[in-house]
Design a protein around this ligand. Structure first.
Ligand SMILES: *Cc1c(COP(=O)(O)O)cnc(C)c1O
Length: 397
């Protein structure tokens, strides 16, 4: 991560194709576009990459989560279970539909603890969303079994874990619906964009229509198309899709570079007895987008985080003290600071959050350091970084 580090001729060629004929919209204008359908081509490519029948591109990863949930019928007053550690996009996407985010503890995988999921189920629960944070995954079999038992929709947010696998299957392809982001800092980027993937044809048709104002996409006269149900605009543009098309073809190369850099850093810090690593479930393989490790306690994690900054080691995060990724600092959600009135269901649903504590999540996030793995680093640079990290950790714990 991120894919922009390696922009090159392939990206330029795809974008120029679009500019040369001037059709920036993914639908219509058949006569003008000289056979260039970048969004469609990217959907076909992603369908192969993710070993999944249907792909709907959208305008962002946040849009992908909203569209996925809407396509499966999640809406006003429905509860969606999500982890305490994720990006704010998770609850934003849920609340946009009038649904209620229900936050539950994570475990040492850094995402949903299956026991916490089961304990949070109520008659209003409609879906469970696992967020495959920082390049790895939770216990998918366990959460899928809970969803099957309680007839819940299982959504995977794999925005940060493109290229990771579980029992040989791409992350994102295991739940009923999977979501991806191609924003500027993700492993595959197209500036702004996202995708919903699913093997369920009905969900796919819903996503296709819903993300384009309800258009049924039958025939080639947009004005004559019907609108079987209400929609919205979450379309991606051809320019963005063109960049994505170049990038996705390079995914194997990107993952290999991430794995090389990750392994050097991990092998180095694994020598320190006080350092432990996040659990990757059996059968799982990370995307190597981040290296996550634990220190013995909150205090030592804070010291290491400070020492990294002092030693010039960038792109490492102590999410416990970060405003965007962990429930501890989501005051705007807890106190319901909204520009516009929220529905009474959401208001009531979020009431508990003001006073709720998440000791188990604190136990893991408080001790966790998460280091982004860059693709532009040379092997020499990674080796130098590794020895600096070891020094910084050893001198601060
Ligand atoms: C980036 C990200 C999103 C949102 O994607 P955008 O394209 O930036 O809207 C959602 N979930 C996770 C886990 C992310 O990392």
């Amino acid at each position: 991560m991120p894919g922009f580090e390696l922009f090159g001729d392939l990206e330029r060629k795809e974008v120029n194709d679009v500019l040369d004929n001037g059709v920036l919209m993914r639908y219509g204008f058949d006569g003008m576009r000289n056979g260039h359908w970048k969004a469609k081509a990217l959907e076909t490519e992603l369908s192969t990459t993710f070993d999944t029948k249907h792909v709907q591109l959208v305008s962002s990863g946040t849009a992908a989560v909203s569209v996925a949930l809407a396509s499966a019928g999640v809406g006003a007053g429905d509860e969606v279970i999500m982890p305490t550690f994720t990006f704010v996009a998770s609850f934003e996407a849920i609340m946009m539909l009038g649904a209620i985010p229900v936050l539950v503890d994570i475990d040492d995988t850094l995402t949903l603890d299956p026991k916490a999921v089961e304990a949070a189920i109520t008659p209003k629960t409609k879906a469970v969303m696992m967020v495959q944070m920082c390049g790895s995954m939770g216990d998918l079999d366990a959460v899928q079994a809970i969803c099957t038992k309680h007839s819940l929709i299982f959504v995977e947010d794999a925005c940060q874990a493109i290229g990771g696998t579980y029992n040989g299957k791409p992350l994102g392809s295991i739940g009923d619906l999977g979501c991806f982001s191609f924003d500027f800092v993700k492993t595959i980027t197209c500036g702004e964009g996202g995708a919903v993937i699913t093997n369920n044809k009905d969900y796919y048709i819903n996503a296709d229509h819903y993300s384009d104002h309800g258009h049924d996409h039958v025939g080639n006269d947009r004005g004559a198309e019907t609108h079987p149900f209400l929609g919205y605009n979450f379309r991606i543009s051809e320019l963005n899709a063109a960049v994505g098309l170049a990038q996705v073809k390079r995914l194997p190369e990107f993952i290999a570079i991430q794995k090389r850099n990750y392994t050097i850093l991990r092998d180095a810090i694994a020598q320190i007895p006080e350092v432990t690593f996040r659990t990757v479930p059996e059968g799982g393989e990370e995307s190597y987008a981040f290296l996550n490790f634990f220190l013995p306690d909150l205090e030592s994690a804070r010291k290491v985080s400070k020492a990294f900054k002092e030693h010039g080691i960038d792109v490492c995060f102590h999410y416990y003290d970060n405003n965007w990724h962990y429930v501890r600092k989501w005051e705007h959600l807890k106190t319901q600071k909204s520009l516009f009135p929220l529905s009474s269901e959401i208001k009531k649903g979020l009431e508990n959050l003001q006073h709720q504590t998440f000791e188990q999540s604190d136990h893991f996030i408080g001790r966790n350091i998460s280091c982004l793995i860059k693709m532009s680093w040379t092997v020499d640079e990674v080796n130098e970084r590794a020895s600096k990290m070891v020094d910084a950790i050893k001198t601060s714990i």
